[in-house]
Design a protein around this ligand. Structure first.
Ligand code: IVH
Length: 675
């Protein structure tokens, strides 16, 4: 290698160190100190220096992306097997677990445990050699997994190098890769917008991302990691699980949220109850709690069995599952023509909710699970996620069950059906298919789009069937007299709908772009476009070659946008909407220069109950140029305090952070400009 000048080498080293620090602050501490633009600038500078001098440090953040796609994954043998855990389903089973431990240890002394949320993702092992991430592998069968190093490196919270440095020869760190529920839901919305099948749960979405041979696809999914254990290690001696967690935290690894240290089975049970109560507020899916004997010496004495260690157990929260019968399977046609098989079930109560429908996703899924009409099936409902059929109970088959073949024509309009090239979806190609038209209207009115309350599935179907709304433009032409003639409307409900329509005339460009239903343009892409174009005219005048220049904008999306705006009918729709009084503002547009928005560069933390939902306040802060962080630190500018504030209040006080009320925040924004 050519000798590189010392000053350049130094600049590269400093850039790698700084960028790593910023990444850690952003992705692990959730408390950044520089703007995204500044980060991008430093990153570009590093990339340029690396390329020009052909000098790349192994832990350079540029090495997180850009690995060429693989043909297949290599196998990796785990130095220490990655075992699984025994399960407990009742509190009594936790007490029995403790009794077993005491019998085995032949002691009646109190036992200390850690209780951690059980992350519902997939287990990964990270191998660091001399402090640098060298390999990442999946659990596989416990003895041999797959080499997914390129994919794991794309997860920004995974340290590429252990800092502060440590004289470690080798260490295997284990944890769970998972996806937050909100990112999972956004991913599914985007997939549906693109006519791709949705994932059944966040675990499948995370596993799917890690199994990609092309790591640039993994890089687009927002994955996280929580580290909770070690495998083989040389050069360091941990005393306990808590000691290990502290070391991991000190060395900048993300660790599970809400770890508790307790004494005796009864306290373990109290903590499980607490986690179960709080789990709905966790951003990720938890299916239980993991209970571990804290002291490593005691763990050693207890040893392992075939399935898992004797010193730990997984408590599973009651599964949201039920058994019921598939009465019929209906084919539903989506906005982009995708045909989805939906199972209509004999209603069953699962965790307090009556479930009577479940998507079967696609025909590959039907074939894989061999689902037939009349089958008795196990249905699962996880969090807010749509229920899905997990398995068929084959013993209950009577022989009268019917298979359901893929459609050869559209069940609604009778048009030809095509199988998507390289995909699993079947699609109706009829442009005027009434199902597609109605779905486009529903999409336009939906919450993430124009948010017209009261214009849901049933009303759209009614208005369409009466010929009152056959395109979403017609929504703005509705009159009270028309509505009053319909069976579902009276004076009050008609007025409410008209008011909601009126309200939706003031909207944002991001919402408006999304609502147009352009294929491949989901919520995320719409927001990205709104950030780059001041108004819709600027967008439709832009050529696809220019669109691709936008960071993160793929060719597929750019082509689809160009195709959409090339159609005179779509341009006419835009013209009509404008004529009907739509007012589109664009708070997402990133103007150049600074100080253009009231909260530019300020970091806020929220605590207590606020007059609006946290999500909304956070969104507002971001729209106004600020950053909303989850935890108080030295870089917090303001703590916005609502009723019954939590521990953040204490911390903010001790750090001397300014504490303001919601009303004061509104004043800073200048309420008037908002609406
Ligand atoms: S400890 C010897 N801690 O649950 C096994 N596992 O059901 C040590 N999991 O394979 C695992 N959260 O994939 C541990 N806080 C946590 C966990 C956790 C999720 C997963 C892990 C494991 C499975 C066992």
């Amino acid at each position: 290698m050519k000798k590189i000048p010392d000053d350049i080498k130094h600049e590269i080293e400093v850039l790698v160190k700084d960028l790593t620090e910023h990444c850690y602050r952003y992705y692990v501490l959730d408390s950044p100190v520089i703007s995204d633009e500044e980060y991008d600038r430093l990153y570009r500078r590093l990339k340029e220096l690396e390329e020009r001098n052909n000098f790349i440090l192994p832990d350079s953040p540029t090495q997180r992306v850009g690995a060429p796609p693989l043909d297949k994954f290599k196998k990796v043998r785990h130095t220490e097997p990655m075992l699984s855990l025994d399960n407990a389903f009742t509190h009594d089973e936790i007490r029995e677990f403790e009794q077993r431990l005491k019998r085995f240890l032949d002691s009646d002394e109190n036992i200390e445990y850690t209780v951690e949320p059980k992350y519902d993702g997939l287990a990964i092992e990270l191998t660091y050699r001399k402090g640098v991430l060298y390999k990442a592998s999946t659990r596989g069968d416990g003895y041999e997994g797959e080499d997914v190093t390129n994919n794991i490196k794309t997860i920004k919270s995974v340290p590429l190098k252990i800092e502060p440095g440590h004289p470690l020869e080798e260490i295997d760190i284990r944890g769970e890769v998972y996806m937050d529920i909100k990112d999972f839901e956004a991913l599914n919305r985007d997939r549906e917008a693109q006519g791709e099948p949705a994932f059944a749960n966040p675990r499948n979405a995370a596993a799917g991302a890690i199994r990609q041979l092309d790591s640039s696809i993994t890089a687009k999914r927002r994955l996280h990691l929580a580290c909770y254990g070690i495998g083989a290690v040389t050069g360091i001696d941990f005393k306990s699980q808590l000691d290990l967690i502290k070391w991991l935290e000190d060395h900048r690894f993300p660790v599970p949220l809400n770890i508790r240290h307790v004494n005796g089975a009864n306290k373990v049970i109290d903590t499980i109850r607490e986690i179960e109560e709080r789990r709905k507020d966790f951003p990720f899916e938890t299916d239980g709690a993991v209970i571990k004997v804290n002291e490593f010496e005691m763990q050693q004495k207890l040893g392992v069995k075939t399935r898992g260690p004797r010193w730990a157990i997984a408590y599973k929260f009651p599964a949201h599952q039920g058994t019921t019968k598939i009465d019929k399977i209906i084919l539903s046609v989506g906005r982009t023509g995708t045909i989805t098989p939906v199972a209509f079930l004999e209603p069953v109560n699962i965790g307090g909710v009556t479930v009577s429908r479940s998507t079967l996703h696609n025909w590959d899924e039907i074939k894989r699970k061999d689902i037939r009409i009349g089958d008795i099936v196990v249905v699962e409902r996880a969090g807010d996620v749509i229920p899905h059929v997990i398995a068929v109970i084959r013993d209950k088959r009577t022989g009268t069950e019917e298979k359901i073949p893929p459609p050869d024509k559209c069940p609604v309009c009778g048009s030809v059906v095509e199988r998507e090239e390289g995909g699993v979806a079947f699609r109706c190609i009829g442009l005027n298919c009434s199902a597609q038209v109605q779905e486009r209207i529903k999409h336009y009115a939906s919450r993430a789009a124009m948010d017209i309350e009261g214009l849901g599935e049933k009303n759209v179907e009614l208005l369409y069937s009466k010929g009152l709304v056959t395109h979403f433009v017609d929504i703005y032409k509705l009159k009270k007299e028309d509505l009053l003639e319909l069976p579902r409307f009276a004076e009050r409900s008609a007025q409410n709908l008209l008011d909601a329509i009126e309200k939706s005339r003031n909207t944002t460009l991001a919402r408006f772009i999304y609502s147009l239903g352009i294929i491949h343009v989901g919520e995320y892409a719409a927001k990205l476009l709104a950030g780059n174009f001041e108004n819709i005219e600027d967008l439709y005048r832009t050529k696809p070659e220019k669109l691709i220049e936008i960071k993160q904008m793929g060719e597929k999306i750019a082509d689809s946008i160009a195709h959409f705006f090339n159609d005179p009918e779509n341009l006419n729709t835009l013209k009509m909407l404008k004529g009907l009084g739509l007012k589109i503002s664009n708070p997402d547009f990133k103007m150049t220069g600074t100080g253009t928005r009231p909260l530019d560069g300020m970091t806020f933390v929220l605590t207590g109950t606020l007059p609006e939902s946290r999500k909304e306040v956070k969104h507002l802060i971001e729209q106004m140029g600020g950053h909303a962080s989850g935890s108080v630190s030295g870089s917090t500018d303001y703590l916005v305090m609502g009723e019954s504030p939590g521990s953040k209040f204490k911390k903010a006080n001790s750090l001397g952070v300014s504490i303001i009320s919601y009303e004061e925040l509104m004043k800073m924004i200048g309420e008037g400009e908002l609406k």
